[in-house]
Design a protein. Sequence first.
Length: 431
Amino acid sequence: MDVDIGNALASVASPGVSRDSLERLDEQVADAHERIETGMAEGEHGYAALNLPERTDPDEIRAAVEPVADAEALITVGIGGSALGAATITDALDSDTETVYLDNVDPAWVSNRLEGLPLENTAINVVSRSGTTAETLANFLVVREAFEDAGVDWTERTIVTTGDSGPLRDLSDRHDLPSLKVPDGVPGRFSALSAVGMVAAAVCGHDLEALLEGAAAEAETLTGSLFDCPAYAYGATAYALDARGAGMNAMVPYAESLETYSEWFAQLWAESLGKDDLGQTPLRALGVTDQHSQLQLYRAGPRDKVVTFVTTRESEDRSIPATEVEDLAYLGDASLGELLEAEFEATEASLAAAGRPNVRVELERVDEYELGGLLYGMEAACVLAGELYGVNTFEQPAVEWAKNATRGLLGGGEFEEAEAVAEKTELRIEQ
């Protein structure tokens, strides 16, 4: 993962960061890096995530999925960090295995996702650290019923990834299901490079070693200076731009296969940094699609955004057929890949010409190695940004509040948060 922050400099953009400011900020980065190194060395909660490339055992993961290695389809039941990392990996990489991620409880949507799957040749991957996540357990019960109704023994098709105790661990033990452990000290949104994110990759036949090697290579770049480390350059620049008014961060990959990555980044950035009235708001977009729907705002709207482009140097290509239409003849001498690159470069230049900050993140290509580096790099960037903000990057109290309210409303216990639902202020305008 390479990072180009040139278009975020004050000489180009407003808001922007001057070279002198970056030099001063680099002193804070050095201090933050010392804290991160200590946290990693001691395996502290959250910081332990940055040790995953060396901690994760791909052989253990492959052994767990071996009973369903021939699956034609895979249903992953999880939500948030228990699903988005896995979905990012499998959506980015080609596979013959159909993947379904049940990370919502909209009943019509869930039913449609299950319809038509060859359940006798489908694997179930259920993921929850606590084993008590309401959405995950509800969807798992729905999936289990669908298998039973189809006469398929779900116990022969299910893999569980969970903590040391809880309902899912009990279920796994009772039915002797293949199971893996959610790593200690690793919040869900930082767990893509563990069994949480890599079981799905294993079922789909992806190269687990390459994912971890790409992440490990990125880990080697973690030094005490943003000028030597792409991940720190990104995290520090995003933090500095936010401090200067760019409170929104639009993540725009120029590869269709990385669309889910934008969702993963949005959770990582929002849930980690959104505390104490601080943190950038992540936005999701896709090049070139959203040039025609969002670029107008980014180029001419409020100066409160930084645009992050993710692009590749290599990709598959396809020529554009020649046409007899004179005004379109120039397309016949090009390819879709050349058009994609021209669209990206034009959009990047358009923002710079309007003085709007943007950052380029470059990968060689979309494969396991580069994807592992991207995921690790953004996690490290987020951890650094959290240090600079002075927030606890690894907690999510606002999320826990809503979880408690939900459980209380469903009769899952006495939670005072549920009482707030009845106190809602109303001003109805009815038809």
